[in-house]
Design a protein around this ligand. Structure first.
Ligand SMILES: [Zn+2]
Length: 326
């Protein structure tokens, strides 16, 4: 996985803050414990002195060094026991005053076995996911708030199933997708007219998936094309980082497919995004007002056949909710 330098720096800053917070908490504990049991401070001071003595004895290696080291060890064990008793009197475990780390694996260094530790990766994903903020502008998108009663409970002319029945299934599929999301969860196509809740449901999924620590990216088709163009023609660094993120995030939400300008560049950018993510087994949610027929007129067979063959279709039907609400 390649990292966006700016985002990685922000993730590391966050790790610094975690370290500072832990250090401050440790200082607070020491102040409290030393005030209640001053003997604890004496134990700690003496144990530090012992460390220095131990180093000196080991380096000097004089005749009686071994005996002195042994005596030091005995004294140290006795001090540790006494320290444990004092802490127990205060109702704490013997490691209560030790260094506090949030991640045992890397001890908050962010590096594990020469690579990025899971904890730093999670912070990095959180930075990636800030993008989703654009989508989650209301901040209250949740499946519970998806109002099925806004959809007719009678079939539309010529249909046999009511919009409400259809949307009930769509809602439950979207929920399942978010609940069980993992890398390789497959891709979804939200298809249907304007104002039927496509963006709202994508936001619900984005929120849940992001909260699980996966990286989520959101963008409209027009803006995706803009980023690819900027990357290609102006060698814009932030566009380059953005394109890489769209290609490599765990879940990409491509909103409003079909509202971008129909140019060869747009076709190529969208094909690259859709195809690369499919080949690498990454999930994408596309929402569009276009029917399959309209898609075929607009895009090459390659783009259409990939979407048709590999995406799970969730059809949004009904009347424009925004008009009904008014
Ligand atoms: Zn870690």
């Amino acid at each position: 996985m390649s990292y966006d330098g700016k985002l990685l720096a922000r993730a590391r800053d966050e790790l610094d803050r975690i370290r500072e917070k832990n250090a401050a908490e440790r200082t607070r504990r020491m102040t409290e414990a030393y005030a209640l049991r001053p003997e604890l401070r004496l134990c700690d001071d003496r144990m530090r002195e012992q460390m220095t003595e131990l180093v000196r004895l080991t380096l000097s290696g004089g005749e009686d060094a071994a005996a002195k080291i042994e005596a030091l060890r005995e004294e140290n064990l006795a001090l540790q026991r006494r320290r444990g008793e004092l802490l127990a009197q205060l109702g704490h475990t013997s490691d209560w005053l030790d260094e506090i780390v949030s991640c045992e694996k890397c001890r908050d260094s962010g590096i594990y076995r020469g690579g990025v530790c899971d904890c730093l990766q999670r912070l990095y994903n959180a930075e990636l996911t800030r993008d989703v903020g654009v989508l989650l502008k209301n901040g209250d998108e949740s499946f519970e708030k998806f109002n099925l009663t806004l959809y007719d409970d009678r079939p539309l002319p010529g249909g046999s199933v009511s919009p409400r029945e259809t949307m009930k299934k769509v809602l439950s599929s979207a929920k399942d997708f978010a609940d069980s999301f993992s890398v390789g969860a497959g891709s979804l196509l939200f298809q249907g007219g304007t104002g039927l809740g496509k963006t709202f449901l994508s936001a619900c999924i984005a929120r849940e998936v992001a909260e699980k620590g996966f990286s989520v990216c959101y963008d409209t088709a027009a803006s995706v094309v803009g980023s690819f163009e900027a990357q290609k023609f102006s060698r814009d660094e932030s566009a380059d980082a953005r394109v890489k993120r769209m290609l490599s995030c765990d879940l990409m939400i491509l909103d409003d497919l079909g509202t971008e300008m129909p140019t060869p560049m747009a076709e190529s950018a969208l094909y690259t995004l859709i195809n690369t993510r499919l080949v690498e087994g990454r999930s994408t949610i596309i929402s569009t007002n276009l029917s399959f027929g309209e898609m075929e007129k607009r895009y090459s067979g390659q783009v259409c056949s990939r979407i048709r063959g590999e995406y799970r279709l969730l059809p949004f039907i009904g009347r424009d909710i925004r008009q009904i609400k008014r």
